[in-house]
Design a protein around this ligand. Structure first.
Ligand SMILES: *Cc1c(COP(=O)(O)O)cnc(C)c1O
Length: 409
């Protein structure tokens, strides 16, 4: 037995926390050594009192900024009423959320879950069931097409179609029924579709892969082919959506309308976990009582916060700011005089800075920026991802750009 000495956790400094986590939390992450104790807007403060500008926004879950007053007030108000009923009973927040979210998406029906991965799982189950019951695919033959370098979450089924070996190693056996094709290649999609294909699951911009933007017109061609071949176009907008790309949905910037949106992250305003599949009555109508569910899915606390997030999105101000500040950020980043960067890409306030091989890994730049008071995260070794809260101002971006100029040149 591990004998625990009495610790006053309030007295721990940053290093103590990092050591504690190292000792008692599973090592499934490699975080930067910063221990946040509070945050507001784009700023976070660590346990030692140092302030940082957050240029990651919890992988876009904090699109509206930390501790957004309206979202926190919505949560507090709901906490005093009712937090969980399960779907055994109705609650007075679920219907309004589904109605308001469907309107935001210009779709008809919503199936709420909790995490992004559950949203993706739900989309997969929906597509398969739709395939058997509406399209007439032979029993257990349904195929879903996905893209190389995808990221859709961490469940056993989802990692079954991951192409990242670190996500898969020693987690098999895997779920069959998926075919992986190269991202952004329309002929590969055409070639992969057969009579058993029920859906194409795709990120409109690949986030974890390093903010990979597909060729212009790709998603419109995807739309055409999916309609022509009667397969569902499923857009995983968990990270790309809800303002990040300078519009409510990344697909809108193409513009294109999928058959199904998968939403998560910012849907809960960075306050609560909530995800959702949003689609038509014809598609989500395949569900009947008992075939799918979740104890916490559609709980009144998450729904109340998500309703506020939807209300905020309907005003359009965050989308507008993402578009304008994003354009500014790209312009300024591209003007930094450096020989370390191979490419800068993205959309809205979502930027992937690809480092040249000889410049070394992105992590070391993220660590240096942390020392300078700016937080961001590497992805896929050579890419630094920038995704600040969408409320960021020009002055705050200038502040970050000063640090980046210093570290990158
Ligand atoms: C984060 C993410 C997920 C998974 O969401 P979790 O809430 O972490 O399960 C799925 N798809 C995309 C595109 C994501 O960025």
């Amino acid at each position: 037995m591990n004998v625990r000495t009495q610790v006053d956790y309030c007295k721990l400094n940053g290093n103590d926390h990092v050591e504690l986590v190292e000792r008692v939390a599973a090592h499934n992450y490699h975080p930067l050594p910063v221990v946040v104790k509070k945050a507001e807007g784009v700023w976070v403060e660590d346990v030692d009192g140092k302030k940082y500008l957050d240029m990651l926004a919890a992988y876009s879950a904090v699109n509206f900024g930390h501790c957004h007053k309206e979202l926190i007030d919505a949560a507090k108000a709901q906490l005093d009423k009712v937090t969980l009923t399960s779907r055994a009973f109705h609650n007075d927040q679920l219907g309004p959320l589904c109605d308001e979210l469907a309107e935001l998406c210009e779709m008809e029906m919503v199936l709420p879950m909790n995490t992004g991965a559950e949203g993706v799982e739900t989309a997969i189950k929906t597509a398969r069931k739709w395939g058997y019951e509406k399209k007439g695919v032979a029993k257990d033959k349904a195929k879903i097409i996905c893209c190389a370098e995808n990221f859709h979450g961490r469940t056993t089924t989802i990692i079954s179609f991951s192409t990242d070996p670190t996500c898969r190693e020693n987690f098999g056996p895997f779920t069959p029924g998926f075919e992986v094709i190269p991202y952004g290649e329309i002929d590969a999609l055409k070639g992969a579709i057969d009579e058993n294909t029920v859906a194409f699951l795709v990120e409109p911009i690949q986030g974890e892969a390093g903010i990979i933007v597909p060729p212009a017109g790709y998603l419109q061609q995807v739309r055409e082919i999916c309609t022509e071949r009667n397969i569902l176009f499923i857009a995983d907008e968990i990270q790309a959506g809800l303002g990040r790309c300078g519009a409510t949905f990344c697909c809108e910037t193409e513009p294109v309308k999928p058959d199904m949106y998968i939403l998560g992250k910012a849907l809960g305003g960075g306050v609560v976990p909530i995800s959702a599949v949003v689609s038509s009555k014809n598609i989500l109508g395949v569900f009947t009582p008992g075939v799918h569910g979740s104890t916490f899915g559609g709980n009144p606390l998450s729904c109340a916060v998500a309703r506020k997030a939807v209300e905020i999105l309907k005003r359009g101000t965050y989308q507008e700011n993402a578009k304008n500040m994003g354009a500014y950020l790209f312009e300024k980043l591209r003007s930094i005089n450096t020989d370390k960067i191979a490419e800068i890409r993205g959309r809205g306030l979502w930027v992937g800075v690809q480092f040249k091989e000889e410049a070394g890994k992105a992590r070391k730049y993220c660590e240096a920026l942390m020392q300078e008071g700016m937080l961001c995260k590497d992805t896929h070794e050579q890419v630094m991802r920038l995704a600040p809260p969408l409320c960021i101002t020009k002055d705050e971006l200038d502040w970050a750009l000063e640090r980046m100029t210093k570290v990158l040149s």
